[in-house]
Design a protein around this ligand. Structure first.
Ligand code: MIG
Length: 706
């Protein structure tokens, strides 16, 4: 048995796993347990992976984390929680490795060698959880088993792999249209532009501010004709306003979370006072989900769900107490304690435990205090959207991603990694987070490129682009009041570089999409730590180089003013040094340690031994990419194999096998190079231009026609 389950208490089904595994009695393997506390003795060499969206390294050792969906824009290393609650770990020892899922809706503490260096200590608040232990032959196997347990990852439409431009906010129709035109005039590829909260009428979900967007529908359709989709934001709070149909309907039907007296709970967020739809109630969830139709009918194909931790600026109760504190403090000589108590009465208003303890869900008849199921809220908001969209068009892939999440939400949508800042550390965090997000099922994910808060510099923007061109969600987003960071916001020279990087991204989509889809279908990782493929000690310790898909190793430059970087090659590899899609220099490198130069307008990545990369052309958007001719670069020693996946990119027919695979095999048989391609299904590809690069040999060019 690869997966074993043990149950403790348990109040609700978290919707995280899709397999029904019988809980065992008896001793838990690996752990010493004492009710809600699990203790595992760490060996010096053990690595601990997982915890999805989180601060610090790929290896989580040396810090304490708390799974508790939190709206905190300061993603600094001293924090314990971000927006997601991803309670999955892989412990990777020298002679034994295993996975652990703590399936619970409440707060979990993961002390990964923080209190005691050699101890992993897990504590579940409330002591209600299912513990799953996942064994496997190796790390890939463990990860795959776990992913099979939690179900297949969400698949977005193919256009969602294009470049996406966002800002809080492009505030009116003219600004949005002008922005789109600018990309087209400058021939910078783009697939979508985001609409942040100001497109709504006074921040009400499923409304449009008609003063700013008088011809919303025309704008959506004109821009879509030009290959640019508009992606509106949806927030978790529903504004309390007489005459607003959604507010009124929800109250009438009893679909909002309730306070202790059974009245709809009042919180305050952007629009001022709001109610929270009870996403944990199946009727309320479907009700809200179906509201997305209002925008779908206006031509909208994608959404981002925000503030669904849920974020609470303040509650009536909290504000009342703060005012009382003011009254009490008036005319007093405030000393260090009383002054800070006064200040904290306000700074502590947001996202307070008191508020999370003061409202209730009706989980299909079961009344539960919010804080006991806190981590399921964002998950179920996005599930609501996915179920609603499914009811609107069951065969269409919509773009959908969320800020808050927990294990299992990856079946409904992706996530973005929230309000980061324009800091080099946050680029580094973006790199390190990718493998752990993938392990927890989140494949469609990426960070706010360039940083959300703070002011981005030109060099950070370039380096960040050089990494984000590899992440499925490639979105440039920034906050109100910060320096503008569209590709043309910095001046011509930077614009030229960013444009080339976006063009590279479009050329990279055949490989990226192929790897994404195979990872989704086979429950594999797209981004992996080196240790998943290389067993040597050095590889186990590397955190700033990661594998992408079957063929590549990335080594992004993430330090300011760096003219290059150190790279470790666990085996011979083919380095690609890129200036643009048409200017890539390949060089075979022997295994070992290097310092590689790559100035600010260049980046590097590596093709692994006996592996290949497929590149296409750039285009103005994904749907206009013609993949009739593709370039294939192979680093060949003996024999290389690659499966190039493709499908219609818009429907769910791939689930029924409607996709095409080109099975490419290149063999070196005593100096004779043989290329073989087998096509499954119908491919648009007519020709492969193949470059075969081997150590100490001249490059060989071949073409293969279908
Ligand atoms: O922080 O809607 O993370 O992407 O631009 C304010 C405004 C609320 C938080 C999201 C951010 C978005 C912003 N929202």
């Amino acid at each position: 048995m690869k997966i074993r389950k043990f149950s403790f208490g348990k109040i609700v089904d978290c919707n995280s796993v899709i397999k029904n595994i019988k809980a065992e009695d008896g001793k838990i393997p690996y752990f010493h347990n004492d009710n809600s506390k699990l203790i595992f003795k760490l060996e010096k060499e053990d690595l601990v992976y997982g915890l999805g969206e989180n601060i610090r390294g790929i290896n989580k050792r040396g810090w304490v984390f708390e799974s508790y969906c939190t709206d905190d824009p300061n993603h600094s290393q001293d924090k314990r929680s971000l927006y997601g609650a991803h309670n999955f770990l892989i412990i990777h020892g020298v002679d034994r490795s295993f996975g652990v899922l703590i399936d619970t809706p409440s707060k979990v503490k993961f002390d990964v060698g923080y209190s005691k260096n050699e101890e992993l200590y897990i504590e579940v608040k409330g002591n209600n959880y299912d513990l799953y232990i996942i064994d496997g032959d190796n790390l890939n196997d463990i990860s795959r088993e776990f992913r099979a347990l939690i179900g297949e990852s969400y698949v977005p439409p193919k256009w969602a792999f294009g470049y996406q431009q966002s800002r809080w906010s492009y505030k009116d129709e003219e600004e949005v249209r002008t922005l789109g035109d600018k990309f087209r005039e400058k021939n910078i590829p783009i697939d979508s532009i985001y609409l942040d909260i100001d497109y709504m009428e006074r921040f009400k979900n499923f409304t449009v501010n008609r003063e700013a967007f008088p011809n919303f529908e025309d704008m959506v359709s004109d821009m879509k004709k030009d290959g640019i989709r508009l992606i509106p934001i949806i927030d978790a709070g529903v504004k309390i306003e007489e005459g607003y149909d959604i507010y009124e309907e929800g109250v009438e039907k009893g679909y909002y979370c309730k306070d202790k007296d059974g009245k709809p709970f009042v919180a305050a967020v952007w629009p001022g006072r709001v109610h929270f739809p009870d996403f944990l109630n199946s009727e309320a969830r479907l009700w809200f989900g179906k509201k997305y139709k209002w925008l779908v009918d206006k031509g909208i194909d994608g959404f981002w769900n925000d503030m669904n931790e849920p974020a609470i600026f303040y509650s009536e109760e909290g504000l009342k107490k703060a005012y009382e504190k003011v009254e009490e403090s008036k005319n007093k000589n405030l000393d260090i304690y009383s002054f800070f108590a006064l200040k904290d009465a306000f700074t502590g208003l947001s996202n307070s435990q008191a508020d999370y303890n003061s409202f209730y869900h009706n989980m299909d008849g079961n009344i539960i205090k919010h804080n006991d199921v806190h981590n399921l809220f964002g998950h179920n908001m996005t599930r609501s959207a996915a179920e609603g969209l499914e009811s609107i068009d069951s065969n269409k892939r919509f773009l959908l991603f969320s800020r808050a999440s927990s294990i299992g939400m990856h079946r409904y949508g992706g996530i973005w990694t929230g309000d980061n800042t324009s800091l080099w550390e946050h680029l580094e965090m973006n790199v390190k987070m990718m493998p752990n997000l993938n392990m927890c099922g989140y494949l469609y994910t990426g960070a706010d490129t360039g940083g959300f808060g703070g002011n981005c510099t030109e060099d950070l923007m370039k380096r960040w682009f050089q990494f984000s061109i590899f992440t499925p969600l490639f979105r440039n987003h920034s906050a109100m009041g910060t320096r503008k960071q569209e590709p043309f916001a910095f001046g011509e020279e930077t614009e030229g570089t960013l444009k080339k990087l976006i063009e590279f991204r479009y050329g990279f989509i055949p490989y990226l999409y192929s790897e994404y889809m195979k990872a989704a279908i086979n429950n594999d990782l797209m981004f992996k730590p080196l240790s998943f493929e290389y067993m040597d000690e050095t590889s186990r310790g590397i955190e700033d180089q990661i594998l992408l898909g079957d063929s590549l190793m990335l080594a992004p430059i993430i330090k300011q003013n760096a003219k290059g970087r150190y790279v470790y090659l666990p085996e011979d590899m083919l380095m690609a040094k890129v200036k643009s899609l048409d200017e890539i220099n390949y060089e075979v490198m022997t295994k070992g340690h290097y310092y590689i130069q790559a100035d600010i307008d260049e980046f590097i990545f590596f093709i692994r031994k006996d592996k290949m990369l497929v590149l296409g052309d750039s285009a103005k958007n994904v749907e206009s990419i013609k993949n009739e001719e593709l370039n294939l670069i192979a680093f060949l020693e003996d024999r290389a194999n690659y499966i190039l996946y493709d499908d219609d990119g818009m429907s769910k027919e791939y689930m029924k096998g409607a996709y095409n695979n080109i099975n490419i095999e290149i063999k070196n048989e005593d100096g004779d190079i043989n290329v073989n391609c087998k096509v499954e299904g119908q491919t648009d590809v007519k020709k492969l231009n193949i470059t075969i690069i081997s150590k100490n040999k001249d490059n060989i060019k071949k073409s293969y026609e279908f």
